[in-house]
Design a protein around this ligand. Structure first.
Ligand code: ADP
Ligand code: UDP
Length: 235
């Protein structure tokens, strides 16, 4: 597989064309940003962990009936993926209140939610990724009602599978964000699943093992990413 020109450099990954028009290569960086790019830094070794962790998790989801963009891990930081047209939505699931949800609705961080919440943000940096509802998504043509339904059903299944997966590592899945994309096969799971995109707490101590350590200057950022990787590989 030949790596051709870079198509896009994002905040955490670079995306490259390949000599197969249906496939891209994603290359994971150590760059870290928060608050829509206002806070910048480096988490040493993060790119390697996020690449390998995403692939391990996608492989698990795949084995459990979720179609993902994963084709093949090429190196510590690079993975071959199916090219998709990203649906510009951050699809967020919450099991426990935290972050912007706690702030917006005044629900203390750590409060168990009576049901998993599925919510959407419009993926648009210039607009600061505003929260958006189903009828707004349809009205502006971001996705059809059928697509929203399909994504919602899929992400609920993903949540159940991920909760089970992380519990086996003594980790509580507080919340997470995923992205879906359109390709010949329909709508599939794309982008990444890593401590950058999930809130992961130790089940016993509730210690944060994710990007909140970076966002909130809690220290031990690299150690947390390494600990998650250690636990999921010895699961
Ligand atoms: P951001 O764009 O938010 O800064 P990244 O640095 O992670 O995020 O950049 C990766 C980009 O690649 C994201 O915009 C993501 O939507 C996109 N992407 C992820 N998987 C695929 C795929 N299989 N095909 C096309 N684009 C993808
Ligand atoms: N998230 C993400 N990318 C974003 C926004 C959120 O991966 O651009 C993840 C975040 O890591 C958390 C979940 O989505 O696991 C919910 O985030 P929230 O809405 O609480 O926003 P935040 O507090 O991160 O601003």
């Amino acid at each position: 597989m030949k790596k051709l020109e870079m198509l896009y450099e994002g905040k955490a990954k670079k995306v490259y064309k390949t000599d197969n028009e249906d496939l891209y290569i994603v290359d994971y960086k150590d760059d870290a940003t928060a608050f829509n790019g206002a806070k910048k830094g480096t988490i040493s070794g993060k790119g390697v962990i996020n690449n390998k962790m995403t692939n391990l998790v996608f492989k698990y989801l795949n084995e459990n009936g979720i179609n993902t963009h994963l084709v093949e891990e090429l190196s510590e930081r690079e993975t071959l993926v199916k090219k998709v047209e990203i649906v510009p939505l951050e699809v967020i699931v919450r099991n426990i209140a935290a972050g912007s949800f706690s702030a917006k609705y005044g629900v203390p961080e750590g409060t168990e939610l009576k049901n998993p919440i599925v919510e959407f943000s419009y993926k648009n940096d210039a607009l600061n990724d505003p929260m958006i509802n189903n009828s707004q998504i349809e009205a502006i043509g971001i996705a059809t009602a059928e697509e929203i339904e399909e994504i919602t059903e899929s992400v609920k299944k993903v949540n159940e599978l991920l909760q089970k997966f992380f519990l086996e590592c003594n980790i509580i899945l507080v919340d997470f964000k995923v992205e879906y994309g359109r390709c010949k096969e329909g709508i599939i799971l794309a982008d990444e699943i890593s401590p950058d995109t999930c809130r992961l707490w130790d089940k016993d101590t509730r210690e944060k093992l994710d990007k909140d350590r970076f966002r909130r200057d809690l220290g031990g950022v690299e150690d947390a990413y390494n600990e998650v990787w250690r636990r999921i590989t010895s699961r």
